[in-house]
Write a protein that binds this ligand. Structure first.
Ligand SMILES: [Zn+2]
Length: 244
């Protein structure tokens, strides 16, 4: 890697010390401190410190592999563990990013290998849907018992869907390990007509209208959990599976 100043975010790995750091333009921002009523400016430059510590070591710049970010926690969670893939142009690695508290800096750990993602069977939040339907429709329109039967039928139908054939929802999930899918328009008529729900034509029409109006509401969408594991690269290059 060539030396010099960095102006954008950059992941740099010292292969000798096995230390990974993320440089960002913020590293060069001075810190302002209020000392006994007077402002003090402390110049800081974490990049220069890193470059000094690892002078003459072999440094490599790593590039993040697009769409490889995964975590079990929400994006907005300040203290979390997440994983993503990077490449130095020849080999892939998994980076584990974590910290113990909001006061700690992010830690980066590099693991030779790749991330293996598996999509589980999709499901719906039956309880949330049942509550919403009971709120929208009076018992005279559709009874609780029939709503319950319908939600069960809907949940069963969704559980049989192949997540690989579903269309991803047009928004980013708050949790990277949960994927939302657009409801297939052929699914609902099947559930409404199935004998187990025993809906009258009028009841089926009300539910159909409700779904048409709310198709883009995340609480109605099938969700699939993404399981992930790290496939470590062994000494001889063979894959070795380890849970993340
Ligand atoms: Zn070093």
């Amino acid at each position: 890697m060539e030396g010099g100043l960095m102006t954008k975010r950059q992941l740099v790995w010292c292969t000798q010390c096995n230390v990974l750091t993320l440089f960002s333009p913020l590293d060069r921002t001075p810190e302002y401190r209020n000392q006994k009523g007077e402002w003090e400016i402390e110049e800081r430059d974490d990049q220069a410190t890193f470059m000094e510590t690892h002078r003459r070591h072999h440094l490599e710049e790593l590039h993040v592999v697009a769409n490889s970010f995964i975590s079990r926690q929400n994006h907005a969670e300040p203290v979390k563990t997440s994983y993503f893939e990077v490449t130095n142009g020849r080999q892939r690695f998994v980076v584990k990013k974590s910290r113990k508290s909001v006061l700690d800096p992010q830690r980066y750990e590099i693991i030779p290998g790749k991330l293996h993602l598996t999509l589980r069977k999709p499901s719906i939040d039956g309880l949330a849907i049942q509550r919403e339907l009971e709120r929208v429709f009076s018992p005279h329109q559709i009874s609780s018992r029939k709503i319950h039967g319908f939600v069960q039928g809907f949940a069963d139908a969704v559980a049989h869907l192949d997540p690989k054939k579903l269309k991803q929802a047009p928004f980013e999930s708050r949790n990277p390990s949960k994927r939302y899918f657009v409801l297939d328009e052929r699914l609902l008529p099947k559930v409404l007509k199935s004998s187990s729900t025993s809906l009258t034509k009028k009841e089926a029409k009300l539910l159909d209208e409700f779904f048409q109006k709310n198709l883009e509401e995340p609480f109605l969408m099938p969700v699939a959990v993404v399981e992930f594991e790290i496939q470590k690269r062994g000494k001889n290059g063979e894959a070795e599976i380890k849970a993340a």
